[in-house]
Design a protein around this ligand. Structure first.
Ligand SMILES: Nc1ncnc2c1ncn2[C@@H]1O[C@H](COP(=O)(O)OP(=O)(O)OP(=O)(O)O)[C@@H](O)[C@H]1O
Ligand SMILES: [Mg+2]
Length: 429
């Protein structure tokens, strides 16, 4: 049996990673220049894979000789972990050297241990490293876990990381988080006495893959996929790497089990459903990770897109809004990250079809009648941006749309598969 080349259940090994050249270069620069940084991105965008890929480059790079790397996954940290336990874990790779190459650290290391890894002794240790031209680099994955940690979410911990990493060339830190820098600062605002903890961190945002990189990834199928399969996978995923891998993997499995392949509408419907079922929890995770402003803008875009596709006329909710400028900043962020794009008619659309299907279900789940819809508008804070007269228009529109969308995602998957299948038929005949 030939192995399925698509992986979506775990972070990738370096040779499985599709290159994100620009971000890798920023990451390398941060490590080399001793600038603290944080890799930021939505769930499953590839943060852990990115950290591991980068670590694999630098560990053999001669620019990083005399450098000790340490990788902490906070999922391995218990909820009662103390500051000393954290640093003990983080210094495990460094400690290995204290008896030979780094024997100049022997005394200070003992002092650090005796003083329970307090920031003052840590500084002395890093100064000593600096004087001997050595560096220590700490990678922290899943930083988010620490924002609610009983012990580590403290001024001593965050302040120490910030102050030591920004003042000393011998200590650098690279983290990964689902939160933005602003959110990270907000989460630690209560305990920060001075300026926000994360303002000194360089932001390395991870977005959806470009079209070229999406093609490179799908090409791992070798001869299994045709051009129309590439289109199917890209349409479903919108370039999100995890969605690309999931969609490719499911289609790959289908072709390797089924020999009789002729009706593409049926194939795409069947596989489309399977992909959707696999991705539902991921979309919920993404939705929960976003704040209301993001949810609001994406819902509005999805409603317009569904109206274009299902009612064949463009219903601009933005035009109903009292203050359309409220949408602009979030919309730009969604555009930058590749979650939405502009289509041929110059309208904004959700790039991943699977995500659009999920949003249709989310709307259906919450909105079965007019009063539920009013309630839902309020909860999601869409309510206040629409004028009262326009709200009536919006409700009328949604009622019509709900009739058409029918069974939610299932209807949408069916019509998408039908259109994709017909496209294949046209190209073959
Ligand atoms: N550069 C890449 N090339 C190809 N596939 C990728 C890439 N980055 C991520 N993926 C896909 O996304 C999946 C998730 O990757 P990863 O675990 O690194 O994401 P993450 O951002 O750390 O997720 P989480 O938010 O849960 O921590 C991988 O299993 C793989 O399918
Ligand atoms: Mg991760």
């Amino acid at each position: 049996m030939i192995n399925n080349p698509f992986i979506f259940k775990r972070p990738l090994k370096p040779d499985e990673f599709v290159n994100r050249e620009d971000q890798i270069n920023i990451g390398l620069r941060c490590l080399n220049n001793s600038e603290p940084s944080v890799v930021i991105g939505d769930p499953h965008i590839g943060k852990t894979s990115f950290l591991k890929y980068l670590l694999n480059i630098v560990k053999d790079d001669k620019n990083f000789s005399n450098t000790i790397f340490s990788f902490i996954d906070t999922q391995m940290i218990g909820s009662e972990f103390t500051l000393s336990q954290f640093w003990k874990e983080a210094f495990a790779p460094l400690k290995k050297y204290v008896h030979d190459q780094l024997s100049f650290l022997y005394e200070i290391f003992e002092l650090v241990e005796k003083n329970n890894y307090g920031n003052f002794v840590l500084e002395k240790l890093f100064l000593k490293l600096e004087n001997h031209d050595w560096r220590y680099m700490l990678f922290i994955d899943e930083l988010d876990f620490l924002f609610t940690h009983k012990v580590l979410n403290s001024a001593e911990f965050w302040g120490g990381l910030r102050s030591l990493s920004s003042r000393l060339d011998s200590f650098n830190i690279m983290c990964a988080s689902r939160k933005t820098i602003i959110q990270m600062n907000q989460l630690t605002a209560e305990i920060s006495a001075g300026s926000p903890f994360f303002n000194t961190f360089m932001r390395i945002p991870l977005y959806n893959l470009t079209e070229d990189n999406s093609n490179i990834l799908i090409k791992r199928s070798e001869n299994t996929f045709f051009k129309h399969d590439y289109n199917f996978i890209k349409e479903i995923s919108g370039g999100h790497p995890y969605l690309l891998q999931t969609a490719s993997s499911k289609l790959w499995d289908f072709y390797n089990i089924n020999i009789d392949i002729n009706n593409y509408s049926n194939i795409y419907e069947k596989v489309g459903r399977e992909i959707f079922n696999e991705l539902e929890s991921h979309f919920l995770d993404t939705w929960n990770n976003w704040d209301n402003a993001f949810r609001k803008v994406i819902t509005i875009i999805a409603l317009e897109q569904l109206s274009d596709a299902q009612l064949s006329h463009h219903f601009s909710i933005e035009r109903l809004a009292e203050t359309p400028q409220d949408f602009l900043s979030e919309r730009q962020k969604l555009l930058d990250s590749g979650i939405i794009k502009k289509n041929g008619s110059n309208n904004y659309v959700v790039t991943s079809k699977a995500f659009l299907w999920w949003l249709a279900d989310e709307i259906k789940r919450n909105v079965r009648d007019e009063s539920e819809f009013k309630n839902w508008l309020q909860i999601n804070e869409i309510d206040w941006v629409i004028t009262r007269g326009n709200k009536k228009k919006l409700i009328k529109f949604v009622n019509k749309l709900l009739d058409v969308v029918g069974k939610g995602s299932m209807t949408l998957i069916q019509s998408f598969a039908k259109a994709m299948g017909e496209e294949v038929g046209k190209n073959i005949h």
